[in-house]
Write a protein of this length. Sequence first.
Length: 329
Amino acid sequence: MNAQHTHLQKDRPDGHAPINIMGDHTHKKGEWMLSYRFMNMEMSGNLNGSEEISQASVHEKYMVAPRNMLMQMHMFGVMYAVSEKITIMLMTNYSDLSMNLKPRMGSIFTTRSNGIEDLNFRGLFNVYDKNHQTINLSAGFSIPCGSIDQNDDTHIMKNAPLGYPMQLGSGTWDPNLGLTYKGQLEKLSLGWQINGSIRTGKNKNGYRMGNVLNTVVWGAIKLSDLLSIGTSIDYFKVGKINGLYEKLNPMMMPLANTNNSGRDQMSFGLSTNIYFPQGKFKNIRLGGAINLPVFQEVNGVQMNSKSLITLGIQYGFRISKNEEIPKIE
């Protein structure tokens, strides 16, 4: 077999990971990729440890109980290969968060938070690409662009500071590291990724978010040159918040108490990719994924995750004045 045909093929529908997984691939020198993802995450009810608890149980300790939360995120990304071995990636998100809460006495009210989240910069390094397998390393950091001063009206106070999960950023510069493996057979692809983010120092409001560890394993079947379907198992661990924001009353609601932070969660995912190798939609990839929790264990009292839906589009291209745009691999 010719050596050039032993590289992992990215120009097939399962050539990339499920759309909810970022930074799984590099590009050839001079290639660009633009991406947009829409994520919809829903949470409902409350957990104490791994057990579901009632609203009345939350009210035994707190004045306000969260009922449900909706997060809608618009994620924009750009990748550029500065060499055959190094691709740089920049990602930014715009998020809209809303939460319904019920006081012990009074009517249900809603708080909202929206805006730009932290900016993420990464370098992706291709360390192995042979025998239809790749290994990539990633290293980067997040830039604290997201607001940690989000306020809204509550049932008793105008322009009140919102709880930690309703803030848009960490308020700190946070390094991250990752490792991704991918392998292919004629009709099957497999992958594994691990990422970690380390929080540094404390932000201006006196606290530090918990470190994050995430690992995911996925597999996909190539049904045709255009379509693949896949499945995944995702596990992440978030550490507890260190310190506290003095403007938040920890007795008011679970979201204002740092004892109610940090969780372990495992989710099962289904995904599909559609890739156009030729024609007027050449080098466009569409993706969809749904992830459902199969295990959750939280510190203290926290909201119960229900689902994460991701839809996205990716477009790869090369800017060239003298050449026809080649197939992106």
